[in-house]
Design a protein around this ligand. Structure first.
Ligand code: MLT
Ligand code: MN
Length: 304
């Protein structure tokens, strides 16, 4: 199984258009210690020919141009794409806006939970995906499905919340229901190898910990290093918890939560532009790596 890291950054990307912090300034100046990253998405293939996108980021067009396996084969027909399926983990802008790049009457299967499919159906701009070609499939939680020959995917609910633009401010839980945010377990059916893709997650519950225990590979929510990072940076009023994201550090953080789970390979993905680990020379980056984690970067490929 091949896994391409198409985009390692959270919503807004790195640098983000209106973010003027030190991280973003250095990224814009071409500082090699702060390489720019596009918005969060991966692509997976069992055979290296047909590919499944996990989320469709607003940077998808750029990501396809940066990843040869996702481009039409030079000896293929005049209209062709190796992208045969897309699976969505929630309805956040950074995970669905790229679907608009996939118009032009090209066949693919589009998998998401009832809640996320409902959001797409309620937004008529997505009708640009011609239903004669784009087949919207509802996925049931904890029920494996096969988006491509040789791949099995199981979606499971993780702590999170509805997308920002769907929040019901009058409610404590913002109207969040099971299926608004999911994690994916992806298995190569021939080799039996599996990994987890969880780009948004508000906490590691005991149930999630048991699911991930002994996993060979987990790509996990790396939005923030500390919960109040955006507030301290003067760039927002929300904590990570309020945004539906567990932070990396601290006693409530993901590094601590994974400590005894024996996950062979752990990578953070979906990094917000304020996260100090985006700076390769930062002490936080060194601390993350010393604790056994890697940080995903655009252009990485993992063979499993
Ligand atoms: C998130 O991951 O919390 C969202 O992508 C935030 C947003 O939509 O800006
Ligand atoms: Mn996001």
């Amino acid at each position: 199984m091949r896994i391409l890291i198409l985009g390692a950054a959270a919503g807004g990307g790195f640098p983000q258009w209106n973010a003027n912090n030190e991280n973003c300034r250095r990224a814009r100046s071409g500082d090699p210690a702060t390489p720019p990253q596009t918005q969060s998405s991966i692509a997976v293939s069992a055979d290296g020919t047909a590919w499944c996108l996990c989320n469709a980021s607003p940077d998808l067009r750029q990501q396809i141009e940066a990843n040869r396996p996702l481009q039409p084969s030079p000896d293929g027909p005049r209209r062709a794409s190796p992208i045969a399926a897309a699976v969505l983990t929630n309805a956040d802008i950074d995970h669905i806006a790229g679907l608009l790049n996939l118009r032009e009457s090209q066949n693919f299967q589009l998998y998401a939970t009832t809640r996320v499919q409902g959001t797409l159906a309620a937004n008529s701009v997505f009708n640009v995906l011609n239903p004669d070609y784009v087949h919207r499939q509802v996925i049931k939680l904890d029920t494996p499905f096969s988006p491509l020959p040789g791949l099995s995917v199981t979606a499971f609910a993780v702590p999170g919340k509805v997308a920002l633009y769907l929040e019901d401010r009058a409610r404590d839980d913002f109207g969040t229901q099971s299926g608004d945010t999911v994690g994916l377990e992806i298995q190569d059916t021939a080799s039996g190898r599996n990994f987890f893709y969880i780009p948004g997650c508000a906490g590691v519950t005991p149930e999630l910990a048991e699911r991930l225990r002994n996993a060979p590979l987990v790509l996990f929510d790396g939005t923030l290093y500390t919960d109040d990072e955006m507030i301290r940076a003067g760039e927002g009023v929300k904590t990570g918890q309020r945004m539906g994201h567990i932070s990396m550090s601290g006693p409530q953080g993901s590094i601590h939560a994974f400590q005894d789970l024996r996950v062979s390979r752990r990578l953070f993905i979906h990094l917000n532009n304020t996260n100090p680990v985006l700076d390769l020379s930062s002490p936080e980056r060194a601390a993350v790596e010393a604790s056994g984690w890697e940080v995903a970067m655009d252009g990485m490929e993992i063979a499993l």
